[in-house]
Design a protein. Structure first.
Length: 181
């Protein structure tokens, strides 16, 4: 019980070191949950040990073990979901693709949008590619810089690749023919 009590203190202190970054980085959230789970297991050992020592409740050990297992499963479910989404290049859950689509379609001179893709490049960086059909086409790169700045500011998308296409062109984009965007 003494060793487990020390484990509660050390694991809790270590988990607290990760609290500030756990909402913004999947790796930090994983480390936080790992340390918090270790603290919970140690606390369960202290509690069950005390109940067995003082009251002889031998049945409490497997019950507390099952409760701890359930808490760990429940608390790590979101981590598993986000890890799988990262692995399969899904849209990060904090990015609303419909809102991004709306923003891009409402830009001045944008007539249409297609081939929009949003995915997490890492646990902290999100990327986007999109084809914008425009009339007229901007004369310089200020438009692209402003779009990239707004995507980062509004949606935390830091890596944007925008392809501009001419409206009414007799050349059809190959991706436009294959997408419903």
């Amino acid at each position: 019980m003494i060793v487990a009590a020390i484990g509660v203190v050390i694991n809790t202190a270590t988990a607290l070191l990760f609290v500030s970054g756990k909402d913004n980085d999947l790796n930090i959230r994983g480390a936080f949950l790992h340390m918090a789970a270790d603290a919970a297991v140690s606390l369960g050992v202290v509690a069950s040990g005390a109940l067995i020592w003082f009251y002889g409740y031998n049945w409490i050990d497997p019950v507390i073990s099952l409760v701890i297992a359930a808490v760990i499963l429940f608390s790590t479910w979101g981590l598993l979901r986000d890890s799988l989404n990262l692995a399969v290049d899904a849209v990060p859950r904090e990015v609303d693709p419909d809102e991004v689509r709306r923003y891009l379609r409402d830009l001045p001179a944008v007539c249409d949008l297609h081939d929009l893709h949003i995915w997490a490049m890492s646990t902290t960086d999100t990327a986007l590619t999109a084809h914008l059909v425009m009339d007229p086409i901007p004369d310089d790169d200020n438009f692209l810089n402003e779009v990239a700045h707004e995507l980062e500011h509004r949606f935390e998308i830091r890596h944007a690749t925008i392809q501009i296409e001419r409206a009414g062109s007799d050349v059809t984009c190959l991706q436009a023919a294959h997408c419903a965007d």
